[in-house]
Design a protein around this ligand. Structure first.
Ligand code: DX5
Ligand code: ZN
Length: 225
């Protein structure tokens, strides 16, 4: 694996809702960089998940910034409250809009950090021109909507494709990888160029072991003390 620093963004839909505060303290103690918040609307994806009230409650309990992943139609109608969360990064799927550039600009105007997500059905080439305008490209390695799915191996090539574009253009855009970030897949994702890993049920929030144990192992794997 490369020595590039890699950040963690735990997927909060996979945390223990009945012991949320406990999980958040654990994440803070291990220095995770982001809290990944999956927002789903039952239209863009066939599921419902977290929303702004959940984020506001969490913001009172933690100072880790929010990495909000909007898997929704008409994201422009819903971004404002998410942008007011301290240090928020807002990632949307550009194919949901006619004018994604306008939304990127609006997110910046509102003081948040914009990102775009690339669904497995979309190509990097389609959205390449947007990469210089955003702070993050989230490469989805499963179909958005559910935790616990299997990697779509072809999506690993998209990570390399985005990395190559970023390097060629001398950009500082970060690459996030979302979906089946497992012990087996982490080295492949990092080698392909990932900067931020969305940690869901595949490693951090595994059912059969305490989250603290997984977190310690992840920190060791990613070279964090
Ligand atoms: C969807 C979510 C899931 C997720 C990943 O956008 O972000 O991809 O929680 O966790 P896994 O795939 O490890 O269950
Ligand atoms: Zn996500």
């Amino acid at each position: 694996m490369t020595t590039r620093p890699v950040k963690m963004s735990p997927s909060m839909m996979c945390a223990d809702f009945l012991h949320l505060e406990q999980d958040v303290r654990l994440l803070e103690a291990h220095g995770v960089e982001w809290l990944h918040i999956d927002v789903m609307d039952g239209h863009y994806v066939p599921n419902f998940t977290l929303g702004i009230d959940y984020c506001r409650a969490l913001a009172k309990a933690s100072s880790i910034p929010f990495d909000v992943h909007l898997m929704i139609e008409n994201p422009e109608r819903h971004i404002e409250p998410f942008c007011t969360l301290p240090g928020a990064r807002i990632t949307f799927h550009p194919e949901t809009l006619y004018q994604p550039v306008r939304l990127i600009e609006r997110i910046r105007e509102l003081g948040a950090s914009p990102g775009i997500a690339i669904d497995p059905a979309q190509t990097v080439a389609q959205f390449q021109h947007l990469i210089p305008l955003v702070d993050q490209v989230c490469v989805m390695t499963v179909n958005p909507g559910y935790a616990g799915q299997k990697l779509i191996p072809q999506c690993l090539d998209k990570i390399s494709e985005v990395r190559e574009f970023i390097q060629r253009k001398g950009l500082s855009t970060e690459i996030e990888v979302d979906g089946n970030v497992s012990w087996t897949n982490i080295p492949k994702m990092i080698d392909a160029g990932a900067d931020i890993l969305v940690m869901g049920t595949s490693a951090l929030f595994e059912k059969h072991r305490p989250h603290e144990e997984s977190l310690q192992e992840l920190c060791a794997l990613l070279g964090k003390s």
